[in-house]
Structure formats: structure tokens, C-alpha cells
Design a binder for this molecule. Structure first.
Ligand SMILES: Nc1ncnc2c1ncn2[C@@H]1O[C@H](COP(=O)(O)OP(=O)(O)OP(=O)(O)O)[C@@H](O)[C@H]1O
Ligand SMILES: O=c1ccn([C@@H]2O[C@H](COP(=O)(O)O)[C@@H](O)[C@H]2O)c(=O)[nH]1
Length: 239
């Protein structure tokens, strides 16, 4: 096992939106397989990995609220979307020989196990990749907040946000091509400058628990292992 690995236990927040690939909606299985391969490669470095998966490729609660519907119902729909994605990612991992389990914050025992911290830690100790579904289980939150929460519960040394962009910029790089990319920021920098790559609750929770955040592009094959090995391209948020 290489000694230069940056973190020995991490939680990866996987973008739901990325799962749709070029389809515009739903799940592109080849993308799920690629992400699973990246997780397998990173695990082979001897790193414990658990995953929170988003739901943006299927449903976000604000879509209901913005059309005058009930936000809480919309958020329930969004959380269910994350369960669909978690099942797809587990399928891809198992297909390539990685033992993985889905734990949902919303009980659905016919489909997957319900979340408890003890169960999650036991699965991790048994060498499984734990995929957390259903977000926090509460409306008005996001899967970024679920990522920060589960990272703290799992004793993760860092929260990796695998997203559409290769780091944190001075403004949303999709809207501002001239935005400046940062290699390193503090939690306070992200909050005080209103850098919207993650929601405020998630950043505040990681700050409280002294958990660094690593933002990197999910579209770069092998990037997770490269960053864990000391290379790659990312923004690290730490104090
Ligand atoms: N300052 C910033 N730096 C980097 N990205 C930013 C910034 N502000 C806004 N963004 C946007 O935030 C997005 C990531 O946020 P978001 O969590 O909504 O997407 P996601 O990772 O695809 O998650 P999901 O689909 O699971 O909801 C990036 O794709 C980027 O366009
Ligand atoms: O704790 C949570 C997490 C998520 N939601 C709802 O699910 C969707 C999808 O999650 P993303 O983080 O946007 O990928 C989100 O928009 C919420 O509607 C939630 O209510 N609580």
C-alpha cells in the first residue's frame, strides 16, 4: 500500500446530473460504469470509500416549488430519485466485482437497507462500498448536506465532491468563462464569498467538523485516484 495517499477514508458525493451523460435525463449506464471503475481504482489504493449520490439527473424539489407545487412533496420526489441512482451505481460496482450496499435514509426494506450509522460502519469495516441514498431523509436539504453529514458520521478524512467542474471558481464557470479557479480555499472563504459550488449548510457542517472538501471533475477518468495519490486537478477547501 503506497504511503503517499492523501486520505485513507473518504466520502465521495457523486453528481446525479453527471449520470445522465449526453442523454439529458435519467441514467446512462456507461457513465455509471465509468464512475464505478473510478471508485474501484481508488479503493485499490487502500482507501475506504463511501458514496452519497445526487438526484439532479431525475428530479429536484425546486422544480415542483417553482411551478407552484408543494416543496416538501417535490423534495420527497427528489430523494426518491437518489435511491434510483444509488441502485444503478451499486449495480455497476457489483458488475465489476466491487462489493457494495445501498443504505437509504427513507425506509424501503424491500429495495435496500435502511440507514443507521452502526450498520454503515460495519459494512465499511467488511470492505464494502456504502452508497447512501435518500439524502438526509429531510426536505429542504440537498445531497451536498447529506454528503457532509455522512462524511462526519463515517469518520471520513475528506469530503470529495465529484461534480461537473474541475474546482471552485470566483464565479460559476459555466456562466462566467473568465472566472478564476482556486487551488486552495478555506471554509470561510467559500462561505464569505458566496461561492455556490455547494450549499451553505454543507460547507458549514464540514467546517464545524474540520473536514476538508475536495472539488473535482467527475468527467475526468481516473481523477479520483490521481488526486488521492497527490496529483490531479481540484480545489481543496481546508482551514
Ligand atoms: N463558484 C463556483 N465554482 C464552481 N462551480 C460553481 C460555482 N458556483 C456555481 N457553480 C456550479 O455548481 C455546480 C455544482 O453544483 P450542484 O451540486 O448543483 O451539481 P451536481 O454536483 O451536478 O449535483 P447534483 O446533480 O447531484 O445535484 C457546478 O456544475 C457549477 O456550474
Ligand atoms: O437531504 C435531502 C437531499 C435531497 N433532497 C431532494 O432531492 C433532490 C435531489 O438532490 P440534489 O442534491 O439536488 O442532487 C433535491 O433537489 C431535493 O429536492 C432533499 O429534499 N433532502
Amino acid at each position: 500500500m503506497a504511503s503517499s495517499i492523501r486520505y485513507r477514508r473518504i466520502l465521495v458525493k457523486v453528481s446525479g446530473e453527471a449520470l445522465m451523460g449526453d442523454q439529458g435525463f435519467g441514467i446512462d449506464v456507461s457513465v455509471a460504469d465509468r464512475i464505478a471503475a473510478d471508485i474501484r481504482e481508488a479503493r485499490e489504493l487502500g482507501v475506504d470509500i463511501s458514496v452519497v449520490i445526487g438526484g439532479g439527473n431525475i428530479f429536484r424539489g425546486v422544480a415542483v416549488a417553482s411551478k407552484g407545487g408543494d416543496r416538501v412533496t417535490g423534495d420527497h420526489m427528489g430523494m426518491l430519485a437518489t435511491v434510483i441512482n444509488a441502485l444503478a451505481l451499486r449495480t455497476s460496482l457489483v458488475k465489476m466485482g466491487v462489493d457494495a450496499v445501498v443504505l437509504s435514509a427513507i425506509a424501503m426494506p424491500e429495495i435496500c437497507e435502511s440507514f443507521s450509522q452502526l450498520k454503515a460502519l460495519a459494512h465499511q469495516a467488511a470492505g464494502r462500498v456504502v452508497i447512501f441514498a435518500g439524502g438526509t431523509g429531510n426536505p429542504f436539504f440537498t445531497t451536498d448536506s447529506a454528503g457532509a453529514l455522512r462524511a462526519a458520521e463515517m469518520g471520513a478524512a475528506a469530503l470529495f465532491k465529484a461534480t461537473q467542474v474541475d474546482g471552485i471558481y470566483s464565479a460559476d464557470p459555466k456562466k462566467n468563462p473568465d472566472a478564476e479557479r482556486y487551488d486552495h480555499l478555506t471554509h470561510d472563504d467559500v462561505l464569505n464569498q458566496g461561492l455556490a459550488v455547494m450549499d451553505v449548510a454543507a460547507v458549514a457542517l464540514t467546517r464545524e467538523n474540520k473536514i476538508p472538501i475536495v472539488v473535482f471533475s467527475i468527467h475526468e477518468k481516473g481523477e479520483l485516484a490521481r488526486i488521492l495519490s497527490g496529483g490531479g486537478r481540484s480545489t481543496i477547501v481546508s482551514d
